[in-house]
Design a protein around this ligand. Structure first.
Ligand code: ZN
Ligand code: ZN
Length: 157
């Protein structure tokens, strides 16, 4: 017996960043298209119908019309409420640590911005990894990419 039918699959057609109305923050989205395919023994053989596109928040999973990604972006000037903007903060955290900003100072700065200590530590570790360099004199930790201690100027190894 030949088993055939149709199945709807979601084709990945793009991704980017948008303001998710559910998360109330800028998030990564996946731009997808629903395609109905003809299947043979449950294996999709060829697409028979394009069913429309949608975008899906990669954080909360909400799906929206593609037009939603054109909606307002959070103004950059607004101070980040740290937990919501963690994702977008990671890049700046990493680049500052890589330029030689001490880990301890970064964690202090993040907790001062109302981030939980655990999350601040996690963010720093996520940005530069576990293997930090430590200044032997000041006992401050640095990104493996950092060249010298910001406090005493000693070369980091
Ligand atoms: Zn979301
Ligand atoms: Zn030092």
């Amino acid at each position: 017996m030949i088993i055939f039918g149709t199945r709807v699959r979601h084709k990945h057609i793009g991704e980017g960043e948008f303001f998710c109305p559910k998360c109330q923050a800028n998030r990564r989205y996946a731009h997808k298209q629903a395609v109905r395919s003809f299947t043979l023994y449950f294996i999709p053989i060829f697409p028979i119908q394009q069913l429309g596109e949608f975008i899906e928040c990669q954080t909360c999973g909400v799906t929206l019309e593609p037009a939603a990604r054109q909606t307002r972006q959070k103004p950059a000037a607004r101070l980040p409420s740290a937990q919501q903007d963690l994702g977008s903060m990671m890049n700046s955290i990493k680049s500052r640590l890589d330029k030689g900003f001490p880990v301890e100072h970064m964690i202090r700065e993040l907790t001062a911005a109302n981030l939980d200590l655990e999350i601040a530590r996690g963010a720093v570790q996520g940005a530069i990894g576990k293997n930090v360099k430590v200044c032997e004199k000041c006992n401050l930790a640095y990104s493996p990419a950092a060249g010298q201690c910001a406090e005493c100027g000693r070369e980091l190894r």
